[in-house]
Design a protein around this ligand. Sequence first.
Ligand code: FES
Length: 609
Amino acid sequence: MTYRVTFEPWSTAVEVPPGSTVLDAAKAAGIPLGAVCAGRGTCGKCRVRVLEGDAGSASSEERTLLPAPALSRAERLACRTQVRGPLTVETLRISSHGKDLVPPLPASFHPVPTIRVHSVHLIPPTLDHPVADADALLAEVNRQPGAGALTVDYRAAQELPLAARSSGWNLAVSVRSHEVIAVRPASAHARALGLAVDLGTTNIVAYLYDLADAAPLGVSAAANPLSSYGADIISRLVHAQAAAGNGQRLQRILVKSINALAESLGREHGDGAADIQELVVVGNSGMHHLFLDLPGKGLVEAPFVPALRAPLTIKAREIGIAVSPGAGLYLPPLVGGFVGSDLVSVALATGIGDRPGVRLALDVGTNTELLLSVDGTLTACSTASGPALEGAALRFGSVASPGAIDRVWEPGPGAALECSVIGGGRASGICGSGIVDLVACLFRTGAMSRTGRLSADARGVRPSPDGDHLFVLAPAEQTALGTDLTISQSEIRSIQLAKGAIRAGIDTLMSERGIHPRDIEEVFVAGTFGSHLSVRSMLDTGLLPPVSQERVRRIGNAAGTGSAMMLLSDAERDAAGRLSERIRYVELARRPGFMARFARAQWFAEASE
Ligand code: FES
């Protein structure tokens, strides 16, 4: 006997034996769930909402990890919910935001429209003039200024006969370079939209633009569904190689997520995803390979080489992206090892290589990429900083959404720590910026030593069930959790590992170029997560080398900005190609002294040489 589990918005169903969990069913169906703890019931990230069917009552883990309002909305943890009959559940939580949250493009950037939409009227064929639809179309578009000699994408050719006859032969025709890529019935609001996607290890963020005038329209984000296959890139690449068909399956999951983001943005700002006629996708080398279903074997074994480093332009439909059928998909070049096109995008957005002096850029995330420019000579490396800084591996860790603690501070000597909650109200978790603040506060107030050890007699510290200690940030009555919001000694340890990896990478790049922190003129902290970190906390925890606060600039999701620049101008794609050739990749594992630096950098004190 089996039961059917249906997943929305994917409209995908799978039959599983009774007793399977919803997470088992999701894996069988290839449905992305952010199961960071791999089903152990500790991360709280595999949330689904039960739309139909009997899912039984919530387990004790669910009552601990899910706030009461979520439980009353029928939200459950997929890994704790047993299939006892037919079920329909909703997954993939997409957060959508208006154009205000699209990072601004650099003032020096000049968009050059890559797609032109022509309004044309065709003369219908007659027995005396039996002209093929596509010939009539090309002749008409060719008459328009700047059109040049054209070809027609075959899917556009498929759409043409019906679009022409249903519209009285009045068409909106999209031309990219010398190819007709879309044909639609003419309409007052026919426009060409473009999607710039930052394919991060933990989150996927998509920015929608009007390609005619580079106007930002909106942004949507979702957790990277491949977290179900491991929080780190290496596990995902290994899984993709482990059996025939795995790679294709992971690719399909990523494509489905991007399709859902495209559809949600397209519906909000146009006639749906079909208005999207161009995409640029950036990511680290691992995500790039998984997205293209390229063998990642070379990336996980010495000498750590990608299968493909060069830029790639294909039709989006070739890998199942469901936008306008003729839309192009551009993947910018990688650098080397795990340093991918996301760092090339950061270099493009910051212009770091175009200025004299010493500048450092960090794209902070689960995989943190670092770029050092010394008078325009560029060196880069990648560190596996893990998801702890972003809260993913912490019991009360959360994404930066309403209910999450995003700031922690000490109001005065000896006073209890205070915190702010996104959206106000009671806390249901703590997001990355709150975590880094919290650790900085614990260090500054002496509740934690420079080795990261909680002091047993400090205010707020108490023994933990695992025989060690924990710090209570918010007592149960101030939270929506029904329990104290705490951070444990072992969680502090995982944060030390994460910040130590980043700092050791920075120290290694500086050492390679003979740079001292005092030489650094500017530090760019990029990444949606990194940009929310307090500069003071980054300096106090030693995540950044000691520079004055004014030299640190938080620049938002620069990988997304660079990707938008390449969406809106072909000249930027050429510039990205040149940049990728100029950046020298440094493989940290092979650098003498790296492990010693890593060990030192885990301490909460100055670690630079
Ligand atoms: S995967 Fe379900 S709680 Fe972590």
